[in-house]
Ligand binder design. Structure first.
Ligand code: ZN
Length: 224
C-alpha cells in the first residue's frame, strides 16, 4: 500500500469509528458550525489545535501559519478573524505560540532558510524590540523560550488592535483575546497573562505580561 492509499484507508477507518460511536455525528456537523473559539497557532505538525484542547470537529475555528504571526497586512489571517468574529461570533481568540518553535529560532539566530525569512522578519522585529531583555539571558535555550513567549504576547497584541476586534468591542460583542504558549515537552498550555476582553485592558495586560517574562528571564527559570 502506498503512503497515500494508507492515508485514505486511515480516513475510512476513522469515519467508521466515529459513526460507530455516534451515528448522528456527521449529520449534525454538516448542518451547523458554531465554534466558540478561534485558534491562531503555528503550522508546526506537533501543535494541532483540536487534539491539544480535546475538542471535536466543529468546536474550534483554526488558522495556522509559521510562527503564529498576526501581521496587519495579512489578508488571509485578517479574513479568518473577521469571519470568526462577525459571522461565527466566536467568544475567544487564542493566540497559541509554542516552545521549541523553529520559526522563532530562525528569527532569533538570523538563520537563512529562503523566502520564509521575510515572513519571519515579523518575529525578528519582536526580538529587536525586546533586544535588551533577550540579551540579558545567557543560555540560548532559555532565550529561545522567552522569545516564543514574547512572540505570542506581541501577536495577541496585534489581534487586539485589528479593526475587527475593536469594532466588536465597541458594539458590545463579548470577545476575549488570550496569549498562550504550548509546551511540546508535557503537552500543556501556559497562560501568559495576556488576556484582553476590552480595549482599555490592552495596555495593562501587555505591560504585565512582558514584565512577567522579564521576571522569569531574570530568575533563569527553565519553563519550556
Ligand atoms: Zn512553530
Amino acid at each position: 500500500m502506498t503512503d497515500i492509499e494508507s492515508l485514505l484507508q486511515r480516513n475510512r477507518d476513522w469515519a467508521e469509528r466515529v459513526r460507530r460511536d455516534d451515528p448522528d455525528f456527521f449529520h449534525r456537523l454538516e448542518n451547523q458550525q458554531t465554534p466558540k473559539y478561534l485558534w491562531i497557532g503555528c503550522s508546526d505538525s506537533r501543535v494541532p489545535a483540536n487534539q491539544i484542547l480535546g475538542l471535536d470537529p466543529g468546536e474550534v475555528f483554526v488558522h495556522r501559519n509559521i510562527a503564529n504571526v498576526l501581521s496587519h497586512g495579512d489578508l488571509n489571517a485578517l479574513s479568518v478573524i473577521q469571519f470568526a468574529v462577525d459571522v461565527l461570533k466566536v467568544e475567544h481568540i487564542l493566540l497559541v505560540g509554542h516552545y521549541g518553535c523553529g520559526g522563532v529560532h530562525a528569527a532569533m539566530t538570523g538563520a537563512r532558510v529562503g523566502l520564509v525569512d521575510n515572513w519571519l522578519r515579523h518575529v525578528g522585529d519582536i526580538a529587536y524590540k525586546h533586544a535588551e531583555l533577550l540579551a540579558s539571558i545567557d543560555d540560548v535555550g532559555l532565550r529561545h523560550a522567552r522569545l516564543c513567549e514574547l512572540n505570542a504576547v506581541e501577536q495577541a497584541l496585534n489581534i487586539c488592535k485589528t479593526t475587527v476586534v475593536r469594532d466588536a468591542w465597541s458594539r458590545g460583542q463579548p470577545l476575549a483575546i488570550h496569549g498562550w504558549v504550548y509546551a511540546l515537552g508535557d503537552g500543556q498550555v501556559r497562560e501568559l497573562g495576556m488576556d484582553v476582553a476590552k480595549y482599555e485592558d490592552i495596555g495593562p495586560a501587555y505591560a504585565s505580561a512582558v514584565a512577567d517574562i522579564a521576571r522569569v528571564a531574570a530568575q533563569g527559570r527553565r519553563d519550556g
